[in-house]
Design a protein. Structure first.
Length: 370
């Protein structure tokens, strides 16, 4: 049995973390085990499940500039302390460089950099992140990404075309298969039986563009006064979004649902999934929503690879709120066989049962077990 050490921020219910847990639940853990380096001291939503599945969680000193030397030593010592750790798999975007370098210092021969996005937020670390991004291909032995655009963004076109590999953000399609009984029960529970329900799943941060989503929804209410917007997730910008809803006068039409462990049931009550993100790699929630048979409207900042269903479209971020609202209305008017979504996602290559078996075999080969 080999152990794969994943470097993450922390194991909350974000897209990267959910993708990792999908794979973790479906591999043969007698052959491949996952461990996690986490950089935030806040406990993660998945921590208890990870421990139940046999994984270890290693608390790092944090990716603060003052702690970089200590962080490198921490990774080096963590890898060196367990000879069963054969692979370091970094998911920290540009800052994953430090986990990769620490593993390199420990002599670990397999170091994977995994790109999950197509943009870097311009925060106070932005110059350092851009510098680290240039060094990623040299620090990693393998370059993986959720999609081609993310791979090219983080590793450069030449390195990606030479060494890159796509690891699909796979899901369990049956979990999300449309169920009319669940839909009726969920809509009754939340008083949405006679409403047109738009939905969004995502952390309240700059990337997800909730500010624009509310503006679009306010315009849509002019066309469909019975509409409701369901927002699933939490995050540092939630209070600002709530305040914006108050300013726009649409608070009574928004359900802030918070974090939900049964997201699959929430997709059932929706009529349309809307995601006007400023940037994305390849969002897991977009795959889930299509598996639930929903019509989906994404911004043009979401890679085209997410368009797996004939009922999924993109609208430019440059389009007006009125144009977005009209586009949502047209999508709702299109006939859509929701029961076909799960099979469509399976055929597109996003079935976790197949993808996890492939990833497990690759890990075993890289770890010298095959």
């Amino acid at each position: 049995m080999i152990r794969v050490l994943h470097s993450v921020s922390n194991m909350d219910r974000g897209g990267i973390e959910t993708m990792l847990m999908n794979y973790y639940r479906h591999i043969d853990r007698d052959k491949v085990q996952f461990d996690f380096i986490v950089n935030k001291k806040k406990p993660g939503d998945y921590d208890d499940e990870i421990r139940r599945l046999g994984g270890h969680i290693y608390q790092s000193p944090g990716l603060d500039p003052l702690h970089y030397p200590e962080y490198l030593r921490f990774v080096q010592q963590t890898v060196a302390a367990d000879p069963r750790i054969r692979i370091l798999h970094a998911h920290n975007e540009a800052m994953g460089l430090y986990a990769l370098k620490g593993a390199e210092k420990a002599g670990l021969p397999v170091r994977i950099a995994h790109a999950h996005n197509i943009w870097i937020v311009r925060d106070y670390k932005w110059p350092l992140k851009m510098f680290c991004k240039q060094l990623l291909p040299g620090a990693a032995t393998h370059l993986w990404a959720c999609g081609r655009d993310a791979g090219i963004y983080y590793f450069g076109k030449a390195d990606w075309e030479r060494r890159g590999q796509i690891i699909p953000n796979a899901i369990e399609p049956e979990t999300f298969r449309f169920d009319s009984a669940v839909r009726a029960e969920m809509r009754a529970r939340y008083g949405l039986e006679d409403r047109v329900v738009l939905g969004h799943v995502g952390r309240f941060d700059v990337r997800k563009n909730h500010e624009r989503l509310l503006e679009i929804f306010a315009a849509f209410l002019l066309l469909e006064p019975r509409a409701m917007l369901v927002l699933i997730g939490t995050g540092r910008l939630e209070q600002a979004v709530r305040a914006q809803a108050q300013t726009l006068g649409i608070t009574d039409h928004i359900l802030f649902a918070g974090l939900q462990s049964n997201v699959a049931d929430w997709y059932q009550l929706m009529d349309l999934f809307v995601m006007p993100s400023r940037f994305e790699g390849l969002p897991v929630v977009g795959i889930e929503a299509q598996a639930a048979g929903l019509g989906c409207v994404f911004s043009d900042a979401v890679p085209e690879e997410v368009l797996l269903s004939p009922h999924a479209i993109q609208i430019p971020l440059s389009a007006s709120n009125a144009d977005w609202a009209a586009g949502l209305q047209r999508m709702l008017q299109q006939p859509c066989d929701r029961s076909a979504g799960a099979e469509l996602i399976r055929q597109a290559g996003y079935d976790i049962n197949i993808a996890a078996a492939r990833l497990q075999q690759q890990y075993l080969q890289l770890g010298g077990e095959v």
